[in-house]
Design a protein around this ligand. Structure first.
Ligand code: ADP
Length: 337
């Protein structure tokens, strides 16, 4: 378990200090895949790096498995870092070392013998499906392969926590999904706690169970990923999510409509019910679907449709009330009544 308690990190810039992380408190459970999302400069990376003390903490405390690590030094810090693996956007492999040497390096530093190192490197490469590249230099590997080596290296000393700093931001869509699949497998197999920071909400959507949303050093929202994506509470989260759904109506469509335009969100169970046609029949209104899409969040369906409603004022109000009660969320985008 990782716990941030009133954590702030200040930087000095031109004699002024500013809070890159501002009084953040929350917990990450053992064995979960936790995401931290937000735009660039939000403080995600700074916060993540407090967990292995690559970043000093200005105020507050960080606990790892119940131990306050905020001020640890020397041997204690070495042990902490050995138990916490980390991977980065640009992989950070040593270019002058082969795949074998990149991984063996951290095993030797932890005092493993040559025999132990050899067998562990083989085991790790098998785990990340890269056995045949053992003697290859990083320059001869694809981005996805480099990240696989980085993952193997990060887990070499049986890390129970894996910190991922924008792990897929330098990868194409297909490679991204194979790396995320690997992280998911490793999480399941070894119950590793994984923290992923990313500006790509698609990453959060596909692998994380819970997430925190950061903006300008603050954690503005935290919770179950599905809940946050279906019912964002904070304006910043709403904005962030609307970008990832890439799912907005052109303004001129809205301006030229008579009658309301609503956005309906359907979740898991209610996604299959014919709620819209039931409302149309019951209240004698017409409807026109302007746009629709189903997304999968953590393997659960989330449907969003934009609908133009047509009818008399009174029945439209009743229909909207009914739809609001029977869908996960209803937003009136344009009143038009
Ligand atoms: P994110 O990971 O969300 O993109 P960062 O944590 O990297 O954001 O950075 C948060 C803010 O702190 C940014 O304004 C960044 O420029 C600043 N920052 C990060 N590291 C340092 C540093 N070592 N010295 C000064 N400012 C820093």
């Amino acid at each position: 378990m990782i716990e941030f308690k009133n954590v702030s990190v200040n930087f000095k810039l031109d004699k002024k200090t500013f809070d890159a992380v501002n009084n953040v408190s929350f917990r990450i459970n053992k064995g979960e895949i936790f995401g931290i999302a937000g735009s660039s400069g939000a403080g995600k990376s700074t916060l993540l790096r407090t967990v292995n003390l690559l970043q000093q903490i200005t105020k507050g405390n960080v606990f790892v498995d119940g131990d306050n690590i905020t001020c640890i030094k020397g041997n204690q810090l070495r042990i902490l870092r050995r138990n916490i693996g980390m991977i980065f956007q640009h992989f950070n492999l040593a270019g002058n070392l082969t795949v074998y040497q990149n991984i063996a390096f951290v095993l030797k530093a932890a005092g493993k013998t040559k025999k132990e190192t050899d067998s562990r490197v083989k085991e790790l490469l098998d785990l990340v499906n890269l056995t045949e590249k053992i003697n290859v230099y990083p320059s001869k590997l694809s981005g996805g392969e480099k990240q696989r080596v980085a993952i193997a290296r990060a887990l070499a000393n049986d890390a129970k926590i894996l910190l991922c700093d924008e792990p897929t931001s330098a990868l194409d869509v297909e490679t991204t999904s194979s790396i995320l699949k690997l992280l998911k497998e490793l999480n399941k197999k070894f119950e590793i706690t994984i923290i992923i920071i990313t500006h790509e909400l698609d990453v959060i959507k596909s692998v994380c169970s819970r997430c925190a949303i950061m903006n300008k050093g603050d954690v503005v929202e935290i919770g179950d990923v599905y809940e946050i994506f279906t019912k964002p509470q904070h304006d910043f989260t709403r904005q962030l999510i609307s970008h990832t759904f890439n799912f907005n109506l052109p303004d001129d469509i809205i301006e030229n409509m008579q009658g309301p335009i609503i956005k309906l969100t359907f979740q898991g169970d209610n996604a299959n019910n014919p709620i819209l046609s039931y409302a149309a029949n019951t209240f004698q209104i017409g409807f026109n679907i302007l746009l629709g899409k189903v997304e999968y969040i953590n393997d659960l369906p989330l449907g969003v449709i934009y609908v133009h409603l047509i009818g008399e004022e009174e029945v439209l109000k009743l229909a909207i009330e009914y739809l609001a009660e029977n869908t996960a969320n209803l937003e009136v985008l344009y009143n038009g009544i």
